[in-house]
Write a protein that binds this ligand. Structure first.
Ligand code: PMP
Ligand code: GLN
Length: 382
């Protein structure tokens, strides 16, 4: 393995899921739901296969999905993208991130990212021979907020791109409008491109709205917005994602993406298009159910003796096992499946500066209620 990829041997999700299987544990590690998406979407995919849509789709994605992605953003956020030149369908958000970074970042230039960061960000920047600059979230009451001083310090002449993930994995934080406005101001001042990972855009709780960075002043023309069907429609295995942005930036991502996978998910694309057009009520119900699951798991963790951080969105809640006598999250997560039959992931694998995060552990609550109840029971054995 080349040196620059050596730090990224095996993803933590593969490692912890294998431990969960080995010990027959309730897997609250890897973030995927254990129920299916809307029945009409599954049926549409089956129909597409039966009707022979089984060859390469167009390189930029099938027209009905590009149109649905465009319409969706106009309806939800008032953002207008031309489906022919400003939308690109990708193999999940993961390939969208990779296409954007590889297509936009010159070797040695810097990519700013919020720490903790989704694990593919660091590996992807390394593949592009870019340099990552991390800006930490800091604990605030029971939640997290951006360190604005560190944010401003991270921008300079070498900055090429900022990767912004809100709602944020792994903490479940929604960046405030003030934080987003400050990111926008810095991007404009330093002529930096924003790549926004908004895969949890529909999974916010307690009535919080989602505000895409692209809607802030000066940002439409310098933002590549990324989302995916995975979390919106409970189909993480389908790997249907998309990028929207100004034609020139989308073209850069497309130039890289076409030699990563060329295309993917042919018969699934029309099914996702249909779901975007007709199943947003299903999504609202799914999000409301997730909020209840967040409450269930947060209460269970708290009763088991963890310190529990506020989760405002996503599939995840972060917990502090130090009150239970564990101060190393990684060691804790390696021990947990065997000890009590529950799997989680340590937050420290998503950071460069380990110390402030060493103790913290992420639990996924996108599971059936009875699975969360079983996990709750097992957590009491700690
Ligand atoms: N970004 C974040 C923040 C994620 O949590 C995930 C996992 N859904 C991805 C990107 C990858 O998305 P996809 O499965 O669509 O590639
Ligand atoms: N996005 C999911 C998570 O954070 C799973 C990602 C993966 O398995 N690579 O858990």
């Amino acid at each position: 393995l080349v040196q620059r990829l050596r730090p990224f041997g095996t993803t933590i999700f593969a490692e912890m899921s294998a431990l969960a299987v080995a010990h027959d544990a309730v897997n609250l590690g890897q973030g995927f739901p254990d129920t299916d998406g809307p029945a009409s979407m599954l049926a549409a995919a089956q129909r597409a296969i039966a009707e022979g849509h089984n060859q390469y789709p167009p390189g930029i994605g099938v027209p009905e999905l590009r149109t649905a992605v465009s319409r969706h953003q106009r309806d939800h956020y008032g953002l207008d993208y031309d489906p022919d030149t400003e939308v690109l369908i990708t193999v999940g958000a993961t390939e969208a991130i990779a296409g954007a970074v590889v297509g936009l970042v010159e070797p040695g230039r810097e990519v700013v990212m919020i720490e903790p960061y989704y694990d593919s960000y660091a590996a992807t920047v390394a593949m592009a021979c870019g340099v990552r600059r991390t800006v930490p979230l800091i604990a605030d009451d029971d939640g997290f907020r951006l360190d604005r001083d560190r944010l401003a310090d991270a921008f300079g002449p070498a900055t090429s791109v900022i990767l912004v993930n809100s709602p944020h994995n792994p903490t479940g934080t929604v960046l405030s409008d003030d934080d987003l406005a400050e990111i926008a101001r810095l991007c404009v001042e330093h002529d930096v491109i924003a790549v926004t990972d908004e895969v949890y855009e529909h999974l916010l709780f307690d009535g919080r709205p989602h505000h895409p960075l692209a809607t802030f002043p000066g940002m439409r023309e310098r933002t590549l917005r990324i989302s995916s069907a995975a979390k919106t429609f409970n189909c993480t295995g389908w790997k249907v994602g998309w990028i929207s942005g100004p034609a020139e930036l989308v073209a850069a991502a497309r130039a890289a993406k076409q030699f990563m996978s060329y295309v993917g998910s042919g018969p699934l694309q029309p099914a996702v298009a249909q779901a975007l057009d007709t199943e947003m009520a299903w999504v609202a119900g799914s999000s409301a159910a997730l909020q209840t699951k967040r409450d269930m798991l947060s209460a269970a963790l708290s009763e088991a003796g963890f310190g529990v951080h506020r989760s405002e969105a996503t599939y995840f809640v972060c917990a502090d096992p130090r009150p239970l006598g564990f101060d190393d999250g990684e060691a804790f997560c390696r021990m947990l499946p065997e000890r009590i039959g529950v799997a989680a992931v340590p937050v420290s694998v998503f950071v460069d500066d380990v110390e402030p995060w060493r103790h913290l552990v992420r639990f996924a609550f996108a599971k059936r209620d009875e699975v969360i109840a079983e996990a709750a029971q097992r957590l009491r054995r700690l």
